[in-house]
Design a protein around this ligand. Structure first.
Ligand SMILES: NC(=O)c1ccc[n+]([C@@H]2O[C@H](COP(=O)([O-])OP(=O)(O)OC[C@H]3O[C@@H](n4cnc5c(N)ncnc54)[C@H](O)[C@@H]3O)[C@@H](O)[C@H]2O)c1
Length: 290
């Protein structure tokens, strides 16, 4: 038997390069679909515009010749990764159509497992024109998603699209609501700005190391029988140097429904469901990074 094969989209981007590396290091054959080449060649990249279903089909066709076992799964991370860098319509169209096309092609080729990158921004606080507080803390997967921006909206739509494809084919369709993704070289700057606590208020000081994102992707492709699930992928701790209780008292005084003890620097977005369903643990902590 050959190596298990996984398709990664957006593998040339910030998080994607760590995902490619992790799968390669764990014995997978990896194919990256992206509009651009990664900085270092980690695996085969096929330059593909995922907005074009023909290109997506054509890229996957050699690996999907009527044999369901040929692709273990697709990890779809390609996207415009934030609001307001592009016009609203461009961000929405790119993120929604690329995800639709990946799920459509997975369905057509009988691929059974897809992971898609959603975001903590889907809760709406990050890019809202007027700041609003969460309904309760910690935020979990049941908390309402209330985006007004086209990026957050695209992520909500993508999660719903994934649910529809699960209904249509039974595929395992997991949406990762990712905290702010940090790569090893981002820690120095983050720590240099620890005094500016307010800068990370709108992401509730959440973060996740790209290496922990990568291991979560692999766990989700290796998991069986998950159905359509949204999972928060965040570190156990916050990306602030201050105590979480103090942060809530100062910046989120209106939140009265607090559902856990705010001990130490505990994260305000909960990764409990991902830990339970994937058997995943984040390992990289901001305070231990250079
Ligand atoms: N960076 C974060 O903090 C963060 C937080 C939450 C969620 N996310 C999500 O994680 C994913 C990865 O984010 P990132 O920071 O690595 O972004 P990135 O911009 O570094 O990488 C995204 C990659 O997707 C590719 N891409 C975009 N549209 C494409 C298309 N139509 N066809 C082919 N390739 C396309 C780009 O070329 C790029 O290489 C995104 O889905 C993003 O929304 C990121």
């Amino acid at each position: 038997m050959g190596k298990p094969r996984v398709i990664v989209t957006g593998g040339s981007g910030k998080a994607g390069q760590w995902i490619l590396k992790d799968f390669v290091e764990h014995g997978y054959e990896v194919i990256n679909l992206d509009m651009k080449l990664p900085e270092e060649p980690i695996c085969r990249t096929i330059i593909t515009d995922l907005n074009d279903l023909g290109q997506v089909h054509n890229a996957l066709a050699p690996y999907s010749q009527g044999n369901r076992q040929e692709v273990a799964g697709i990890v779809h991370f390609a996207a415009i990764p934030q609001a307001y860098t592009h016009t609203n319509d461009v961000c929405f169209r790119n993120n929604v159509m690329s995800t639709y096309n990946i799920l459509e092609a997975a369905a057509n080729f009988g691929i059974q497992k897809v992971v898609i990158a959603s975001s903590e921004s889907s809760y709406g606080i990050c890019f809202a024109s007027e700041f609003f507080e969460p309904k309760y803390l910690p935020i979990d997967e049941e908390h309402p998603q209330l985006p007004e921006d086209s990026y957050g909206l695209s992520k909500v739509v993508n999660e719903v699209t994934a649910q529809a494809y699960h209904r249509r084919t039974g595929m395992q369709a997991v949406s990762f609501r990712l905290g702010n993704i940090l790569v090893p070289e981002s820690y120095a700057q983050l720590k240099a700005n620890f005094d500016n606590t307010e800068a990370r208020l709108r992401i509730l000081w959440s973060y996740i190391d790209a290496r922990d994102v990568a291991s979560a992707c692999r766990k989700a492709i290796e998991a069986e029988g998950l159905g359509a699930e949204a999972l928060i992928i965040a570190a156990d701790d916050s990306s602030s140097n201050r105590q979480t209780k103090e942060l809530v008292e100062q910046y989120l005084p209106g939140v009265k429904d607090i559902r856990m003890p705010l001990e130490g620097r505990v994260s305000l977005i909960s990764n409990a469901k991902a830990k339970k369903l994937l058997g995943w643990e984040p390992h990289y902590k901001v305070m231990e990074q250079e």
